[in-house]
Every structure is written in C-alpha cells, then in structure tokens.
Design a protein around this ligand. Structure first.
Ligand code: ASP
Length: 492
C-alpha cells in the first residue's frame, strides 16, 4: 500500500471509529472485538519479528571479530545516544505528568473501574452481592473488588448480575479468611488484585530478576509465553556466532534475512487492516467511555501525552544530538540538517527507517561527505537497531499508561523502564508501528496491563512519523561522527 493511502486510510478509520463510538457507544462496544483481532495479529508476529530482525541486523556486521574498533564505536554511539534519549523522555514525562488525574475516583474510572460510595453489599462466604450493580463476565479476570468500609481487596473470579465471587481477601498485604456480613461502599477496580499483594522489591532483587530473565531455561517456552528478553539474548548470540562461521553460516544467515523480509511483508499486510483495526479500537474505547461526552477529558489527556512525546523528541533532536555532532563530529548543525532533509522528510512520510535507508545513505555520502565504507556499515545497522525516537516514545508511553492506571512507579521500576525501553527500541524493526509492538516488552517488565496500549493507539500513527524522523536523524548524525573517527584512524 502506498504510504499516503495508508495515512488516508488510518485517518478515515479514526474518523469513522470516533463517530461510531462517540455517537453510538453501544455500537462502538459491539465492534471492539475487531480491534482486539488487530492487537492479536500484532502479538502473533512479535516473536518471529524479533528473532529475524535481530539476527539479520547483527549479521550485517560481517564477521564480528573483524569489525573491532568501528563496531565498538558504533555500538557505543548507539547505546549512549539511545540512553540519553530515554532519560530525556523519562524526565519529561515525570515532570509533565500527562496521565495524572485529579482524584483517585477519576483514576479508577479511567482504567475502566467503578466507584460506588453508597452501594450496600452483603457477603456470604466468598460471594458479594452488590445492590444495583452488574459486571460483564468478560472482564472478571482483570478486576478486583474493594470494600470501602472494611478496607479489604479481593480478586474477582466470577460475576453475575449484582454478584461477584472472590477467590481470597487481602488487607495490608495479608490474606484474610472469608468475611461475612453487610456493609456500604464498593469499588470495582480494573487493577489485578495481585498488585495489592506485591511485596516491596529492592533494586538488587529486580536487577537479579532482569538478569535471570535474560537467559531462558527453555527458549521455546520463553517464545510460547511471549517472553521477549530471553529471545533477544538468544538472537543476538546466534547472530554474532553465525557471522563468524564464514561459508558454513551463510545459508543460515540468508534464511534469517529472507525470514526478516517476509515478516516485514506480513507487517505491511497488517497495515491494510490497520485503518479498520485502529478504527474499531477507537470506537470500542469511545463506547466504553460513554461516547463523546465521556471521552473529552481523555482526549485532553492524550493531547498532553502527545505533547510530552513531541517535546522530548524536539529536545533530543534539536539540542542533544546537535551538541554531540558539534562536539564529537566537529560539524555545524545548519548545513548538515539541510543536507539530510530529504531523508528526514521521507522518514516522516513513510514512518519507516528501513524504507528511508536508500535516501539516508545517499544524503550521508553525497551531501554530508561520509565515506561509503562507514555509511554502508553504520546506516543499515542503525536503521535496524538505533532508534532514539522509538526508545524515548516507549518510555514516555509506558509511564503514561502507568499514570493513567494510577500506578506509582518507584526508582527500581524506572530503572527497568530505562533498560527495557533501550532494548525494546533495539529490537524494533525499522517499519511502521514496530515500536508499538515491542512496547509489550517494557509493559511486561514492570507488570503493567498490555491492554494499556489501546489508550494511546488513536494518535500513534502521527507519533510514529515523528519518532521515525528522529530515528533517521540519529543514524545520520552517528554516521558523521563515526566516520570522523574512522578517517582519523586511517590517517594515523
Ligand atoms: N516506525 C519506526 C521506524 O521505522 C519504528 C517504530 O515504530 O518506532 O523507525
């Protein structure tokens, strides 16, 4: 599909979905399952995508042993600029607080829960009868019930008309025996009850967990459970080893290159469904929020979120990267940016670093004087693994989802987001919406609801373009800086 067609389709899908869900909330809810199908499709391709993109990316090094200093500098540049960009995103989202809501009630309602201050309830065994309330069956697995006057929380296991069943009660992180009796004031919260049970974990515990999580006991089990980090470790290792095997490794590398191409094609195919999928998700969300009248505050919050992402991208691309270019590349920003603009505009219109690659190489070699040797190595690799914009966006989006869910993240969790957003950006392919797929890794690492992604889908098509432009800009600046070192080394 041509990209302007895709863009028109997505805009039309968003418009149709907004009208449907906004004006007829019931109809919006009825089409929500089509959006679910779209998310399921994205989840289905996440594993093969990561394996193929990582292995084929790492093999572009050629034989890793030969690359030595050039490889080291390139990786160092990629990692440090990506880390800087994630840091900028985290600081901004913590300062701006785009997901902060005025009261706890609003927070609970924003995540799909209901607050009933005056509802009378009766408990018999593990069954709570709530007067004048009904809960749809489909949501029970992720809901918990809080009894306000007793300050206890229960995990809902089943529900019917005005009745919920609870597996166990929790108070102050301790399990309680079944309660009986009457009371007043109930909250049905969409946060899983396990969160109320979580022990405080120290940073060393979490680091240990992340490190253990890097190495799978059984690779196929990790894949089956959508556990992305161990699969990244394995793919990097396999890619690196394959690249040292010479002729013997060639057919396997070719296989993964072909697989990578095929997966990209599948994602392009998925893009045909994107207008309908995104439209249906928006219709569903709007329906859930009670149409336009219920949705307006949420729209304002999304505006603040988009502002945070864009402000971060601007700071990174117009302040941090130019300073790095000046300091390490001894190159002024004006002319360099002007020379790179054809690639940047292509990145904005295609939302794909890979599709932009021919222009990125052309601008670097022909206009910015980067040697073909450096450009040929640094830029293709950068298009696959160096994504400053994506990393920043993932960190902001995940923290935004936490804020909307009323979950406060501590320093250890922020450290995990910092680490995993960097890894998730490395794992994202240079194609439209890849960042949205790998964000699952970051959400899972800090135990946030994956469905939170649907909160930000409405404007993701636009943010994708903005972050892809920054991704390509970061690759171009990197190629110039690394080339300067390569030239200096060869003159020595
Ligand atoms: N579309 C981005 C790129 O190609 C990746 C992403 O989805 O963030 O660079």
């Amino acid at each position: 599909m041509r990209n302007n067609k895709l863009l028109t389709g997505i805009v039309a899908g968003i418009a149709a979905g907004s009208l449907l869900g906004g004006l007829y909330p019931e109809a919006g809810l009825a089409v929500h399952f089509i959006g679910d199908l779209f998310i399921r499709f994205l989840m289905m391709i996440v594993m093969p995508l990561i394996i193929a993109a990582m292995i084929s990316g790492i093999c572009r090094f050629g034989d890793v042993r030969k690359l030595g200093p050039l490889g080291f500098r390139t990786i160092l540049y990629y990692l440090s600029t990506t880390a800087l960009s994630v840091l900028t995103g985290i600081l901004l989202v913590l300062a701006i607080h785009p997901g902060q809501l005025a009261s706890e009630t609003e927070q609970i309602e924003a995540r799909g829960g209901t607050v009933m201050q005056d509802a009378a309830y009766t408990i018999t065994g593990n069954t709570v009868i709530i007067e004048g309330f009904s809960l749809s069956e489909s949501h029970t697995s992720s809901y918990s019930v809080i009894l306000l006057d007793r300050n206890v929380t229960g995990k809902i296991t089943a529900s019917g008309n005005n009745r919920v069943e609870v597996s166990s009660w929790v108070q102050n992180k301790k399990h309680l025996a079944a309660l009986d009796g009457k009371g007043k004031g109930v909250i049905i919260d969409k946060l899983p009850a396990e969160r109320f049970l979580q022990e405080e974990r120290s940073i060393t515990d979490i680091l240990q967990e992340v490190l253990t999580g890097l190495i799978p006991f059984n690779l196929f089990k990790a894949m089956a459970e959508n556990d992305i980090l161990p699969v990244i470790t394995f793919s990097l290792l396999l890619g690196a080893v394959l690249s040292t095997l010479g002729e013997q490794g060639r057919p396997v590398i070719d296989f993964f290159n072909g697989l990578n191409e095929a997966i990209m094609k599948i994602i392009h195919l998925a893009m045909y469904a994107a207008p309908v999928g995104i439209g249906a998700l928006i219709a569903g969300r709007l329906g859930e929020a009670g149409g336009f009248t219920g949705f307006l505050p949420e729209l304002l919050r999304l505006g603040k979120y988009a502002f945070t992402v864009i402000a971060g991208l601007l700071i990174h691309s117009m302040v941090i990267l130019p300073l790095i270019l000046k300091f390490f590349g001894k190159t002024g920003i004006g002319r360099f940016a002007y020379n790179t603009s054809p690639a940047l505009l292509t990145a904005f219109s295609t939302a794909s670093s890979s599709a932009t690659l021919p222009l990125t190489v052309e601008c670097a070699e022909e206009k910015n004087g980067v040697s073909p040797r450096t450009a040929g190595f640094v830029l293709p690799l950068g298009a696959t693994i160096n994504m400053d914009g994506t990393a920043l966006y993932e960190a902001v989006a995940v923290i935004f989802i936490a804020q909307i869910n009323g979950i406060t993240l501590g320093t250890p969790e922020l450290a995990i987001i910092f680490l995993t957003a960097t890894l998730a950006a490395i794992g994202a392919a240079g194609i439209p919406e890849a960042g949205l797929v790998t964000m699952v890794l970051v959400l899972k690492a800090v135990d946030l609801p994956i469905e939170g992604i649907s909160l930000i889908l409405a404007i993701d098509w636009f943010l994708d373009r903005c972050r892809t432009t920054v991704n390509v800009w970061g690759d171009s600046v990197g190629a110039k800086i690394i080339d300067r070192y390569v030239q200096a080394a060869s003159h020595r």
